[in-house]
Design a protein around this ligand. Structure first.
Ligand code: SAH
Length: 252
């Protein structure tokens, strides 16, 4: 059998936000590799071996996937959201670049998924409708001063900021520090969106002004979006959350 490696994105949670091409790759896979909560999102079936691992062993997991594909398996490496956004696709290519030269000839494909920032944006309106950037707040893979520098540059550039990995048990203070830093660069009325567990049963959306935004509104399943001075909030009727959007034109 000729091996194949599909690096695929499961979307934010709901199976309705998973692409047909991802479903097809999962249906033909012999081996499923990923961080345990993502592997658990794929229904077990006969003929599908599951290799779940801890979150911090991305490169080992990538090498394992490449070895299995080299031996003829049809391997699906799964990430939440999109596999190219703070996820496994980079780890696989890093392993290819530094690993067995024969891995370069393998049949590897990346199948996109709906990233958390797009699922979250769709829930509240169109906050990413103009220029935006995505930053990970995790200082596991980069130093904190670099994160501060990027936050300040993004805010100064008038970019909406989608913040991934805002907080975790091991990283309890970073989001509070990031919000404090952003308050020095942006007006207090700037809208901030906390979108938690989007498309899952316990989904929760909180919209606050930057002046009042609290890190306690986030957990490790939250995507935080920081608007700009141009971001609009459109109030709706009693009990309905407002729409938040970025106008199509700015600065003219
Ligand atoms: N590859 C993923 C991101 C992995 S990093 C993607 O493209 O979405 C993990 C972070 O993604 C979480 O800390 C959180 O910030 C965000 N995230 C993942 N799923 C989410 C969801 N359903 N709702 C809100 N944020 C989510």
């Amino acid at each position: 059998m000729t091996g194949r490696l599909s690096i695929l994105g499961l979307g934010p949670g709901s199976a309705a936000q998973r692409t047909p091409e991802v479903e097809a790759a999962l249906a033909e896979a012999t081996d499923l590799i990923g961080y345990l909560p993502y592997v658990e999102r794929v229904s077990p079936r006969p003929g599908l071996r599951r290799h779940a691992s801890d979150n911090r062993v991305e490169l080992d997991r990538a090498r394992h996937a490449l070895e299995l594909a080299q031996a003829g398996a049809r391997v699906a490496v799964v990430s939440g959201g999109d596999p190219g956004v703070f996820a496994m696709a980079s780890a696989v290519f890093e392993a290819v670049e530094h690993g067995d030269p024969a891995w370069r000839a393998l049949d590897i494909q990346v199948l996109p998924g709906i990233s958390a920032m797009f699922a979250a944006a769709a829930r509240v309106g169109a906050p990413l409708g103009h220029d935006f950037c995505a930053l990970s707040l995790s200082d596991n893979l980069k130093p904190w001063p670099l994160i501060e520098q990027r936050l300040a540059a993004a805010a100064g550039a008038g970019s909406v900021i989608a913040l991934y990995n805002p907080i975790s048990r091991a990283r309890p203070w970073q989001l509070g520090a990031a919000l404090d830093l952003l308050r020095q660069h942006l007006p207090g009325e700037t809208p901030v969106i906390f979108a938690t567990a989007v498309t899952r049963p316990d989904e929760r959306i909180v919209i606050a002004d930057l002046a009042e935004a609290q890190a306690t509104s986030a957990d490790m399943r939250t995507l935080v979006m920081i608007g700009t001075a141009a971001t609009r909030v459109v109030a709706r009727g009693e009990g309905a959350a407002p729409w938040v959007y970025a106008p199509r034109s700015v600065g003219s």
